[in-house]
Design a binder for this molecule. Structure first.
Ligand code: ADP
Ligand code: MG
Length: 235
């Protein structure tokens, strides 16, 4: 029954043309009932511009470079595709780390975590935060069971450099959120090292409020055959 449902979703996604569909409501997207329920309970009904432009492209499996100003709704633009990818892959607690979301600051990482807990309340994935503050050992005990991990660049790299704990071999999705801010904060080398550590078969979504040469460099390094969506303000 669930297999048929997922096959049906995959067909809908395949036949979905982002250019002609112009979807207004989340309920008209080819996404699972579990995510839809989480969205409607959080009173998210209509897509914002960046969500309308990017979510269908992300659902189709492309790498995405999304640019849109602060407050435009970029968090859901990547969280919905993350949840849907793992759902359609029938991800379980035994499959380990499926998605890695990188955010420049602890505060922003915590905000993403809270939105994820809200809209993911009808899915069975485990989510975790690694933002420092707690010691690495404390985080390590939990990290091996986490399906969706959100963290700051330094802390994520610290975990990747540990011999045990964070196994990225199954990783389906990498999200680089507020990538322009990560670069402004001096995380270029850290991001390069993280990206270099991850399996190349993954899908990557890179979101930013501004465009710059250093962002284009990061996009070239982290994305494959990507689609650009949103507004492209120069930094
Ligand atoms: P950004 O990351 O682009 O700065 P956020 O994802 O933090 O933006 O969203 C900004 C605000 O807009 C948040 O308060 C969020 O709850 C709200 N929001 C996002 N998407 C929607 C939507 N589709 N409908 C209503 N409110 C939304
Ligand atoms: Mg944001």
């Amino acid at each position: 029954k669930e297999n048929e449902y997922i096959e049906d979703l995959n067909n809908k996604i395949e036949n979905y043309d982002p250019k002609t569909a112009k979807t207004t409501f989340f309920k008209d997207l080819p996404i699972s009932n579990a995510t839809l329920k989480g969205l409607s309970e959080a009173a998210f009904l209509k897509l914002t511009d960046i969500q309308r432009e990017s979510i269908p492209v992300s659902l189709k499996g492309y790498d995405v470079l999304g640019s849109a100003k602060t407050g435009s709704g970029k968090t859901l633009a990547f969280l919905i595709p993350v949840l849907e990818k793992l759902y359609r892959e029938r991800w379980t607690e035994f499959d380990g780390l499926g998605a890695l979301i990188i955010s420049p600051t602890r505060e922003l990482a915590m905000q993403i975590y809270e939105v994820l807990i809200k809209i993911g309340s009808h899915t069975s994935f485990s989510a975790g935060l690694v933002i420092g503050g707690k010691d690495v050992k404390f985080e390590l005990e939990r990290i091996s069971r986490i399906n969706i991990l959100i963290g700051t660049p330094g802390r994520i790299l610290q975990h990747l450099d540990q011999a045990v704990g964070l196994n990225t071999s199954n990783l389906q999705m990498l999200v680089l959120d507020e990538a322009d801010r990560c670069l402004d904060m001096g995380f270029k080398k850290t991001l390069d090292a993280i990206v270099g550590n991850l399996p190349p078969s993954r899908q990557t979504l890179l979101f930013s409020a501004t465009q710059s040469q250093s962002l284009a460099d990061l996009a070239r390094l982290s994305l494959t055959d990507y689609k650009s969506v949103g507004t492209m303000d120069k930094a």
